[in-house]
Design a protein around this ligand. Structure first.
Ligand SMILES: Cc1ncc(COP(=O)(O)O)c(C=O)c1O
Length: 412
């Protein structure tokens, strides 16, 4: 007798980042020499984790009714205002002049991705994702009976637009529609940031498909960690303005990453299309999904986002704190990449953000040996291992490339 539903049977969370990271943290408690480069959370140079002081201050002044009451499943007009202001900043006006726009809060960027995928595909249809990619993309699809197709992200040290198009063509031939996730800027796991032209290439290709429905799920979880700053990351989204009516752009914002509120679970989904009906239909379905899945989102964090976006002094304070974080990431990545180059350790092209990824064979063996021989914990990705520089102070990064090189050379 099997009680579990057929669709649920056999589903097991394997090689999951949270689990491996919990193991690493436990090991580090026993041995402080351990280097824990597993999880995508930012740790300061003194090894401590804390949220932004700005977030902390706003949160601590909120009234009970702003934190502990229910919020509405669609977040209400003030949330929409805050999310659009934050996500688009100086290009918001242009975006709203050119698109129908809707917005809804979600539990993290994960909720935004899940809702977008769920409401874009029918069971048995295929989601296109990059390789390597953030692990949950696979589960977000397969948990809901969708298939996945992967395209390799790079052509040399550039975005593999041709590979992306080839896989889109294959999917379109099968299902007459394409739904793809792109994680940019500061891609997880590689740290790659697409150029404006590369992102425009995707829109141009989708435009060329004319009557074929195309959904671009733009996962910009690490957008605010980009070394090029707010202005450039938003400027790049201007390429969306050229999208034709057959395209829906679903932006997945992660407050976890932007505000260091990982466990508080807030994100947002923004829907953009030139076709008003498409946006209305998607928004209604997303709100239905929200109410009937997680019900509503973290009210306190919604209020924090609203307060920071409407109060210039708070925004300024946050900006200063963020500049320190981005500077830290820049220093860490430069040190790692310099040492990697010195020992001839190959890395995927990195421009910014939390992670650097090293292609290798036998990645699970490499990870095991890194623990046993070098006291280093990293995470597995497709034919690669990922170093979370966000969680490692400079003192841990110094000498790390040679440790990884030794193990890759021996076991890869
Ligand atoms: C690429 C990518 N997208 C989205 C997310 C979503 O994070 P959250 O649900 O905490 O906002 C993450 C978190 O690690 C991520 O790495």
């Amino acid at each position: 007798m099997r009680i579990i539903a057929k669709h649920a049977a056999g589903k097991v969370l394997k090689s999951d980042g949270f689990q491996i990271s919990a193991d690493a943290k436990l090991a580090k408690k026993k041995n402080p020499e351990i280097i824990d480069g597993t999880l995508g959370t930012f740790y300061f140079e003194d090894g401590s984790f804390r949220t932004f002081q700005t977030v902390h201050d706003v949160m601590s002044k909120l009234k009970d009714e702003d934190v502990y009451l229910y919020s509405t499943s669609d977040g209400g007009p003030a949330f929409k205002e805050a999310l659009l202001n934050w996500t688009f900043k100086h290009i918001r006006k242009e975006i709203e002049e050119n698109f129908s726009v809707a917005a809804i809060p979600t539990p993290g960027g994960t909720g935004a991705l899940t809702s977008a995928v769920f409401n874009s595909l029918d069971p048995g249809e295929t989601l296109l994702i990059p390789s390597p990619c953030w692990g949950p993309y696979v589960g977000i699809a397969t948990n809901r009976a969708f298939k996945i197709e992967k395209f390799f992200m790079f052509d040399g040290d550039k975005f593999n637009l041709q590979g992306f198009i080839e896989k889109c063509e294959k999917i379109i031939a099968l299902q007459g529609k394409v739904v793809a996730i792109i994680n940019d800027p500061c891609n997880n796991p590689t740290g790659y940031t697409m150029t404006k032209e590369e992102l425009a290439g995707i829109i141009e290709y989708f435009n060329s498909k004319k009557d074929i429905p195309c959904v671009l799920i733009y996962d910009c979880a690490y957008m605010d960690m980009a070394v090029e700053g707010f202005k450039e990351t938003r400027e790049k989204m201007r390429v969306f303005l050229k999208a034709n009516e057959n395209i829906l752009i679903s932006i997945a914002f992660s407050a976890s990453k932007t505000f260091f509120i990982y466990g508080q679970r807030l994100g947002g989904q923004i829907l953009l299309s030139k076709n008003k009906e498409t946006v209305t239909e998607y928004f209604n379905a997303s709100n239905y999904t929200a109410r009937n899945t997680w019900s509503n989102c973290n009210k306190g964090m919604i209020r924090v986002l609203e307060e920071i976006t409407k109060t210039p002094a708070l925004q300024e304070e946050y900006d200063k704190e963020l500049a320190g974080v981005v500077d830290s990431l820049d220093k860490r990545s430069k040190l790692f990449m310099k040492e990697a180059k010195e020992v001839n350790l190959k890395a995927y092209p990195y421009q910014g953000g939390f992670f650097i990824t090293l292609p290798c064979n036998n990645n699970m063996v490499v990870l095991e040996k890194l623990v046993q021989e070098e006291n280093v914990y990293l995470l597995p990705f497709d034919d690669s291992v990922r170093v979370a520089i966000c969680s490692l102070p400079l003192k841990d990064i110094k000498g790390l490339a040679i440790k990884i090189k030794r193990v890759i050379e021996k076991y890869s």
